[in-house]
Ligand binder design. Structure first.
Ligand code: OOB
Length: 558
């Protein structure tokens, strides 16, 4: 019997009653909402600085009181435009103060932010807007030379539900400036409760289209509170958002929302490179931040010769992809701070090494779960539990791990067990101390320095090329990113020969995020097969010659 209960709207399965009761009784779910949370922090310390946005001109510093007021005013303006409870709003903002003004306004009225990344392009954004029936889309005017207003114009043409595009900063063009929306606060008709959804987050995914992750106020706030305790975040902490603000790691592990929960200060870094981050660490006295492994490497290389004072940095969180033991050992000598490895997922479960773990544990494991109620199973291909310490598939269930994706019943049947465990797709082992070591991955995904790429999604785009007969996308090792993407392509008989660059260009022109464009394209006659005649991605991966990249790949950027 499937014990997972569908919600009233049957949009996604949620925790069965007895689990919800248990999580409440244990004190994990405390009946909090984001709207209230900000209100309470603003009442307790209105003049403390909440958000520092040095990238804006002039640089902005918003206190808790100001953020709270702004969220109220924007909420009123959104309500006046007919955006209300349950509406979906695709938010595609970089690391700017408006990101927080927008999401807290939406949290307050119970409209759901759908968190897009600045790297997403037409194909992804159109899909998010169409699939969620989004009522509004929030963008910057432009970023890194890319004009988001042009992108929005195309999306609006294709998606009839999209009634509003709001532009944060710069010339709004044919759309409305976000700064023109705020209005005198009014009573919010039907504010969301703690069990209601707060937002839809994106999954890294392994399927043709990304899946959406429904997170409630109560479950997400528990993950913040738990993270804060483990990472020692309190009101004197200063968290630097170096990765894209909307990603689950810098958002909640402990991230900007954890910092705001603690009444701490959030500093927004426009770029994650040392040149942008180090001066901010010195100027704001940053105490902790989170990075993906390639950036952590870059920082440890740059720090010893940097003229900036980085001594305020107490904790560097590294996660999103496997951090090699060798690189992990370099963090303390280079940055003189404690490394905390984070193995998390937008679906829920987050593991941290603890600040007081011994060095060997910190450098060789990916941590242990936040909650005593996080259930961890390590199983074989048939879902049989393996003996302690054995390597196998990680399944998990717990107070902040979803029971199903949003509007994806068929996929849910594969990604969750009958009794509600999420199949993470990660291959792990658990040490005697309960720490998890990530050994590999069973899902058909490439983890490109923390950026997740679903092989199937890229394959589908390559297959759309008229000269292509078949395509397989696999990971190959990269000395800097950990993994990069290689597309093996079979051309149609008699088709004009193609150059690798033409395939890359074709994928890019289909309006995909740049990080999904294959790093390497190789033409082959046949694909290796398994004993039963299926294509063997394992053999394709092994066939990868993985030459050194000719040019250094660009680091993942917001
Ligand atoms: C984080 O979240 P997502 O949703 O982008 O990706 C989750 C997947 C995991 O299932 C795993 O395959 C991989 O990313 N991953 C790691 C890892 N951290 C994440 N693999 C090896 N070692 C690690 N430390 O990536 C995420 C969410 C919250 C906090 C941190 C990362």
């Amino acid at each position: 019997m499937n014990t997972t209960t569908p919600t009233a709207e049957h949009e996604h399965p949620t925790w069965p009653k007895e689990f919800a009761a248990r999580y409440r009784a244990a004190g994990w779910w405390r009946g909090e909402t984001f709207g209230q949370m900000l209100r309470e922090r603003a009442a307790a310390h209105p003049d403390r600085v909440a958000i520092v946005d040095p990238g804006s001109n002039p640089g902005r510093r918003w206190t808790y009181g100001e953020l709270d007021r702004r969220a109220d005013h924007l909420a009123a303006g959104l309500l006046a435009r007919g955006i209300g409870k349950g509406d979906k709003v695709v938010v595609q903002l970089p690391n700017v103060a408006e990101f927080f003004e927008t999401v807290f306004a939406l949290f307050r009225i119970g409209a759901l932010p759908v968190f897009a990344l600045p790297a997403h392009r037409l194909t992804e954004i159109r899909y998010f807007c169409e699939f969620t029936g989004a009522a509004a889309y929030v963008i910057p005017a432009e970023l890194g030379g890319f004009d988001f207003r042009g992108l929005a114009a195309k999306v609006v043409e294709d998606v009839p539900t999209l009634r509003h595009v709001f532009v944060a900063g710069g010339d709004p063009g044919p759309f409305e400036a976000l700064s023109a929306v705020p209005a005198e606060p009014t009573a919010i008709p039907d504010p969301p409760g703690p069990a209601d959804l707060a937002f839809l987050q994106l999954s890294g995914g392994s399927t043709g289209v990304p899946k959406l992750i429904p997170r409630t106020h109560d479950d997400y706030i528990y993950s913040l509170r738990g993270s804060n305790e483990i990472c020692a975040v309190d009101e004197d902490s200063v968290y630097l958002v170096a990765l894209p603000a909307a990603h689950n790691f810098p958002l909640s592990s402990p991230g900007s929302l954890g910092a705001l929960y603690a009444g701490a200060r959030v500093v927004l870094c426009p770029q994650p490179n040392p040149e942008a981050a180090f001066p901010l660490i010195e100027a704001e006295g940053v105490t902790l931040t989170g990075l993906v492994p390639p950036l952590a490497l870059l920082w440890t290389e740059a720090a010893p010769t940097s003229s900036y004072d980085l001594s305020s940095l107490e904790v560097l969180l590294v996660g999103g992809a496997k951090f090699s033991e060798e690189a992990a050992r370099r963090v303390r000598p280079a940055l003189d701070c404690t490394l905390q490895q984070v193995f998390g997922m937008a679906e829920g479960l987050v593991n941290y090494t603890r600040l007081d773990d011994d060095t060997e544990t910190i450098v060789t494991t990916q941590g242990r779960p936040i909650s005593p109620d996080d259930e961890i199973r390590v199983v074989d291909d048939e879902d049989n539990d393996l003996p302690d310490g054995a390597t196998g598939h990680l399944l998990t269930r717990g107070p902040y791990t979803i029971r199903g994706y949003w509007k994806a019943p068929e996929h849910n049947a594969r990604s969750f067990t009958e009794d509600g465990f999420y199949r993470t797709g990660d291959v792990v082992r658990v040490t005697g101390s309960g720490h998890i070591v990530v050994e590999g991955r069973a899902k058909d995904q490439i983890n490109r320095g923390g950026e997740k790429i679903a092989a199937e999604e890229v394959e589908n785009h390559i297959l759309a090329h008229p000269a292509v007969h078949d395509a397989n996308v696999v990971a190959e090792p990269d000395p800097y990113l950990g993994e990069r993407t290689c597309a093996y392509v079979i051309l149609r008989a008699g088709a004009e020969p193609l150059k690798p660059l033409a395939v890359k260009k074709f994928v890019r022109q289909r309006g995909l995020a740049a990080y999904k464009v294959p790093d390497r394209v190789e033409f082959v006659e046949v694909f290796p097969q398994t004993g039963v005649g299926k294509i063997s991605k394992k053999d394709l991966r092994a066939a990868s010659t993985a030459p050194e990249p000719t040019t250094p790949p660009t680091p993942p950027a917001p």
